[in-house]
Design a protein around this ligand. Structure first.
Ligand SMILES: *Cc1c(COP(=O)(O)O)cnc(C)c1O
Length: 407
C-alpha cells in the first residue's frame, strides 16, 4: 500500500480541508520552472507566495543546505550554533537592528514582536500601556494573537475569546490614527506594502506621521516585512526606501528562499525586555534553517540582484498596463519591485481566481490577493525573456476567458 503513487485525490482523503489546492501536483523545480507529476512545465511567477526569491533549487542555496545537512541539523537553544551566529550578525550589519530573535514562520516572528512590544511597554511605562493599533485588511499570520492583530475579522472569528486591546483603523488614514493613538498604545503594526490585503503601499507622509505619533506616545513602530522583506521591493527591506525606520521588524517568507525560517529584528534597548525565559522556540535559530537563510541573504544582498528586481519590475508593470488596456481589464497596476498587483476594473470584480486558473492552464503560476487583485511575486532572478513569456501566457489566458465569456 505504501508503494502506491500519491495523487491529488489523497489530499481530500488524508489532509484537513482548510486548503483548496490546485489539481496539479508539482514534483520538481529549477529556477523559474516547475514540473508536475505528468511532466507538464510551468513558469512560476508566484514563487510560493513571495518565498522562493532565488527560484527553485538555486545552486548556491542547495549547496548550503547539503553542506549543513551533512554537518549539524539541530541543537536546542540551550546551545548556540555557528549558522545562527553568522546570520544574526549579517542581519545586524545590514539593517537598523542591533538584536535578532529567530523563529520559524512569519506568524511566529510577529507573535514575538507583539509580545515584546507589550512587555517593553509594561517594563518602562506600566501595565495600562497595552493597546496595539493595526490596520484593516492587514495580514500578520494565523496564530491567534497575530490573526487578531490582522485586519480581517473573518479570519479571527469563531475561535473563542480573542486577545484584548487590539484596535483597527483604515490603512493610510492619518486622522483616524491621530484620534486613536494615546499613551495607552504600546505598538502600531504596519506592513509597508499590504500584501494579502491587495498590494497597497503605505504613503510616505502616513509613515512619517506614524513615526512621529509613536515617538510622541512612546509606542513602538512595528514593520511587518514578512512579505516585503529580503529584497522583494528592490532593497534588502522595504523600510530602506521609506523616510522612516521601525523599532521592530519581522522577516520570513523570502528569508529562507523556501526553507522555513523567520527573524524579528530590533534595537538593543527594546530587546532587553526579552529577558531569559520570557520567550522561546524549539526550532528557532536551527542550524539548518540559518545556514540556508545566510546563503539566501548573501546571494540576495547584491547590487546586481536589486538592479534586476527594478528592471523586471518595470518591464512586468508596463506589460500588465498594456494587457489591461488591450482587454479593458485592470483599473490599476501597482506595487514595488517584484511585489506587483493588478487591480481588476469594475466590470471584472471578483474574477481574480478565474484568471489564476486560466493562467495555470497556460502553464503560468500566479497569485491573487483577495478576489479582485492578481498578484505577481516572482524570483529575483527572473529574466527579461521570462517576463515576456509570462505576459504572453497571461495574454492567452485572458483571451481564453474573453472567448468563453468568463463562464
Ligand atoms: C505571509 C505573511 C505572514 C505570515 O507568515 P507565515 O509564515 O505564513 O506565518 C505575516 N505577515 C505578512 C505580511 C505576510 O505576508
Amino acid at each position: 500500500m505504501t508503494n502506491v503513487h500519491p495523487v491529488r485525490a489523497d489530499f481530500d482523503k488524508y489532509q484537513a480541508p482548510n486548503y483548496a489546492p490546485a489539481q496539479i501536483v508539482p514534483v520538481r523545480g529549477e529556477g523559474l520552472k516547475v514540473w508536475d507529476q505528468q511532466g507538464n512545465e510551468y513558469l512560476d511567477l508566484a514563487g510560493g507566495i513571495a518565498v522562493n526569491c532565488l527560484g527553485h533549487c538555486h545552486p548556491t542555496v542547495t549547496k548550503a543546505l547539503h553542506e549543513q545537512g551533512d554537518k549539524l541539523w539541530h541543537v536546542a537553544n540551550v546551545m548556540t550554533n555557528e549558522p545562527a551566529l553568522m546570520l544574526a550578525k549579517e542581519l545586524v550589519d545590514n539593517t537598523f537592528a542591533e538584536k535578532v530573535f529567530f523563529a520559524n514562520s512569519g506568524a511566529e516572528a510577529n507573535e514575538a514582536a507583539f509580545k515584546l512590544a507589550r512587555r517593553y511597554a509594561k517594563d518602562h511605562f506600566g501595565e495600562h500601556k497595552d493597546q496595539i493599533i493595526a490596520f484593516n485588511q492587514g495580514f500578520h499570520g494565523r496564530t491567534f494573537f497575530t490573526v487578531t492583530v490582522g485586519g480581517q475579522a473573518a479570519y479571527s472569528d469563531g475561535f473563542g475569546p480573542k486577545p484584548q486591546s487590539v484596535e483597527h483603523i483604515d490603512f493610510n488614514d492619518i486622522t483616524a490614527l491621530e484620534q486613536l493613538i494615546s499613551d495607552n498604545t504600546c505598538a502600531v503594526v504596519v506592513e509597508p506594502i499590504q500584501g494579502e490585503g491587495g498590494v497597497i503601499s503605505a504613503h510616505d507622509d502616513f509613515l512619517v506621521k506614524l513615526r512621529q505619533l509613536c515617538d510622541k506616545h512612546n509606542a513602538l513602530l512595528v514593520f511587518d516585512e514578512v512579505q516585503t522583506g529580503m529584497g522583494r521591493t528592490g532593497s534588502l527591506y522595504a523600510y530602506m526606501q521609506t523616510p522612516v525606520v521601525p523599532d521592530i521588524l519581522t522577516s520570513a517568507k523570502s528569508l529562507g528562499g523556501g526553507f522555513p525560517v523567520a527573524a524579528m529584528l530590533t534595537t538593543d534597548k527594546i530587546a532587553q525586555s526579552l529577558v531569559i525565559g520570557s520567550h522561546g522556540s524549539t526550532y528557532g535559530g536551527n542550524p539548518l534553517a540559518c545556514a540556508v537563510a545566510l546563503a539566501v541573504l548573501k546571494e540576495v544582498n547584491k547590487p546586481e540582484t536589486y538592479a534586476n528586481v527594478a528592471a523586471r519590475s518595470e518591464q512586468l508593470k508596463q506589460g500588465l498596463l498594456a494587457l489591461g488596456k488591450k482587454y479593458d481589464l485592470f483599473a490599476d497596476v501597482r506595487g514595488k519591485g517584484l511585489l506587483i498587483g493588478a487591480q481588476l476594473s469594475s466590470n471584472y470584480q471578483g474574477k481574480a481566481k478565474m484568471i489564476l486558473n486560466a493562467a495555470l492552464e497556460q502553464g503560468l503560476m500566479i497569485l491573487v490577493a483577495g478576489t479582485s487583485v492578481v498578484r505577481f511575486t516572482p524570483a529575483y532572478i527572473i529574466t527579461a525573456e521570462q517576463v515576456e513569456l509570462a505576459l504572453n501566457k497571461l495574454d492567452a489566458a485572458i483571451a481564453q476567458l474573453m472567448v468563453s465569456n468568463w463562464e
